[in-house]
Write a protein that binds this ligand. Structure first.
Ligand code: ADE
Length: 435
């Protein structure tokens, strides 16, 4: 029999320690893996409370969103455990405390230091936006610092995935701390989640550099009025460039407010900026593909000439099972009509050479340069997108005699642009896709 919650010191393989934070629906506790010694933060959610408040869908969304976003400046979810009465979200432990405790203890930050945190914030927020995930509640309590002093955004509990859009294509639920909330969110006439998050980032930048809020009123009505008019002034120590930049972010009109793509081009922002380095689930490293294509042109052409004699990689049972969600082989047959699954692969009963030729034929008019090597392809977009040129790696596998699986992976560029490309490509490949 398990010990009562009050005296319980273990959850799964984690030894439980002090409470790190407490909210209405969850408590966050420190934990240590008893075998590996890895530190974690465990978010403990009471099943009864979420059932009572009809929040089951929101919790499910929180978990799937956290699994979807993998970024060095976002707190990573490690695993999910459950007991009869509780759900435990095991999170990466971030040891440096809240960024804003630093401001409370040491006062405002220097411009360079504020810029560094702001760059990391924009990097992570823009990454989420490219996956259509909007935080909607960016505020100081959600910004933690790791042991190296890097920013980590926590708590995607209120973030919204596309299904929360209404027919007008805009987000609707009003939430968040008023001081950090964009005017259009207060109005609740529908808002663009990306623009609203950028407004909150602007408030955060102001607070880092000023040491106080741009809009802070005892009366909520006065506060709302000031937010709507963006009625704020910058303290004299802000540099002219920082002032101009903040004015572009704290623009009450979301249509003219600066976008993330424009932020990356602002000199003030660019100073000392290095994009976050990480490996994502759906991004295979460019080096992996480059190595396939790095053979000398001679060899490459030679392979092209001999391609009829070559055969696609045959998948072994282990690879098939890995791909197919346990032993349920239906996972293999993700069709292009089901892009939300994120796996962009399809099956075909056409000969591998025909598959490759069709992909080339469809990709070229879409503005993609196609290189082929055996049954691997690299397609590079000629247009510069939000995150540079889109690059897509493709491989044809033989699943069974006369049954091929074509896998496409984004190697470089923006995820949303990749999904758009995939949709266009799959329309053109209707005749070779097997259903
Ligand atoms: N408080 C809330 N989440 C946390 C985390 N992931 N690490 C440390 N403290 C936290």
């Amino acid at each position: 029999m398990s010990a009562p919650a009050a005296v319980r010191t273990r959850i799964g393989k984690y030894e439980i320690g002090k409470t790190l934070g407490e909210g209405t629906f969850a408590k966050v506790k420190y934990g240590k893996h008893v075998e590996t010694g890895v530190d974690v933060a465990i978010k403990i959610i009471d099943k009864d409370k979420i059932l009572k408040h009809k929040m089951v869908e929101q919790i499910k969304r929180e978990i799937s969103t956290m699994k979807l976003v993998k970024h060095p400046n976002i707190v990573q979810i490690l695993e999910v455990l459950a007991s009869k009465t509780k759900i435990y979200l095991v999170l990466e432990y971030v040891s440096g405390g809240e960024l804003f405790s630093k401001i409370l203890n040491q006062g405002r930050l220097r411009e360079d230091q504020s810029r560094k945190y702001f760059q990391q914030l924009i990097d992570a927020v823009d990454y989420c936006h490219s996956r259509r995930v909007y935080h909607r509640d960016l505020k100081p309590e959600n910004l933690l610092l790791d042991a190296e002093g890097n920013l980590k955004i926590s708590d995607f509990g209120l973030s919204a995935l596309p299904q929360q859009f209404r027919a007008d294509g805009l987000l609707h639920t009003t939430c968040g701390t008023p001081n950090y909330v964009a005017p259009e969110v207060i109005d609740d006439k529908g808002y663009d989640g990306a623009k609203a998050d950028l407004w909150s980032c602007g408030i955060i930048l102001y607070v880092l550099m000023a040491g106080y809020l741009p809009f802070d009123e005892a009366s909520i009505m006065t506060l709302y009025k000031k937010i709507h008019k963006a009625d704020f002034t910058c303290p004299p120590w802000f540099s002219p460039a920082a002032r101009r930049f903040i004015l572009q972010i704290l623009d009450p009109n979301p249509k003219t407010r600066i976008t993330a793509a424009q932020i990356y081009k602002i000199d003030w922002f660019k100073k000392g900026y290095t994009p976050a380095k990480f490996k994502q689930k759906d991004d295979i490293s460019l080096e992996d593909i480059e190595s396939v294509f790095s053979e000398s042109m001679d060899k490459h052409e030679h392979m092209e000439l001999q391609k009829n004699e070559k055969k696609p990689t045959i998948m072994n049972a282990f690879q098939l099972i890995t791909l197919s969600n346990g032993l349920n082989l239906s996972g293999l047959f993700d069709t292009p009509e089901d892009p939300k699954k994120g796996d962009t692969r399809f099956t075909s009963i056409k000969p591998a050479n025909e598959i490759i030729a069709s992909i080339k034929e469809v990709a070229k008019p879409l503005g993609f340069d196609v290189q082929t090597c055996d049954f691997k392809m690299k397609m590079k977009g000629d247009k510069e997108g939000r995150k540079g040129h889109l690059s897509v790696a493709t491989q044809v596998f033989e699943v069974a005699p006369s049954l091929f699986m074509v896998e496409l992976r984004k190697a470089h560029g923006d995820t949303l642009e990749y999904h758009n490309f995939y949709n266009e490509l799959s329309k053109g490949l209707k005749d070779i896709v097997w259903r």
